[in-house]
Design a protein. Structure first.
Lengths: 68, 181
């Protein structure tokens, strides 16, 4: 499932995938894979992404639809 | 294997090691740090790529063994060449999987440097193999000689460079599409 929240949060910060990947310390393709839903990041990487985008884990990675 | 060939192999190894330590170790390979920094997804993908390489080697070993038994005169290689071909095929399978899964080049590595090194190794090996072809030393007694290893190594390196370039082109296209959507 695509992570549109992450993509939106990144766009709000006016960051490209490359910018975010440099801040977080991963490859651009990893950020791309997370946004496309092809890769489930570890909690460590989720926290790093949240810190880089000034968001909480709930904001970016909690899927309320899946709970229902 | 005669003494001259053995001396050639030993000299080649020594020169290769010297070039590695002088030309490669002396210049910084990484944008930061002094060792490859693969991210968590890349490490997982590398595991899959190693598996691909391992199974490729297993499969080709079985194929070569079967062909050696089935063919009347055995495989058309000099002793040892078949093993190198299997290693090259395994390495090729690993590298292809890794390149197309974005885990061949680490996050802090300079891709241009990797490409230049591969091109140089490829050209040096191909040049050596062209000389061998003109000397008629590539095939001896109807068998592919040990000198064919240069040709295989050169081809492998240049194919890997082509794969890296293709992957980069694909990435640029995908990035544009992703940003537009």
């Amino acid at each position: 499932m695509k992570n549109l929240k992450l993509k939106a949060a990144r766009a709000m910060k006016d960051m490209s995938q490359e910018d975010l990947s440099n801040v977080v310390g991963v490859s651009r393709q990893t950020i791309n894979a997370i946004e496309k839903g092809d890769y489930n990041p570890t909690i460590k990487l989720c926290i790093a992404i949240c810190r880089a985008l000034d968001k909480t884990l709930d904001d970016l990675f909690w899927n309320s639809d899946a709970e229902e | 294997m005669n003494t001259a060939t053995l001396l050639g192999i030993v000299t080649g190894l020594i020169v290769g090691i010297l070039i590695y330590f002088i030309a490669i170790k002396a210049t910084s390979k990484y944008r930061f740090g002094n060792k490859p920094d693969y991210d968590e997804r890349q490490k997982i993908e590398q595991g899959k790529a190693y598996k691909t390489g391992f199974f490729a080697m297993m499969i080709f070993s079985c194929i070569f063994l079967c062909m050696d038994v089935l063919l009347e005169n055995g495989m058309p290689f000099a002793p040892g060449v078949g093993s190198f071909i299997i290693i090259f095929l395994g390495a090729f399978s690993f590298a292809t999987h890794a390149i197309f899964s974005d885990c061949y080049i680490s996050t802090n590595e300079r891709p241009i440097r990797t490409k230049i090194i591969f091109i140089v190794i490829g050209i040096v090996n191909l040049a050596a193999s062209i000389i061998n072809i003109f000397r008629g030393e590539l095939i001896e007694n109807g068998l592919l000689s040990v000198k064919a290893i240069n040709l295989l190594c050169g081809l492998l390196m240049l194919i890997l460079v082509c794969e890296i370039l293709i992957k980069e082109r694909l990435d640029v296209k995908r990035e544009k599409l992703d940003e537009e959507s």
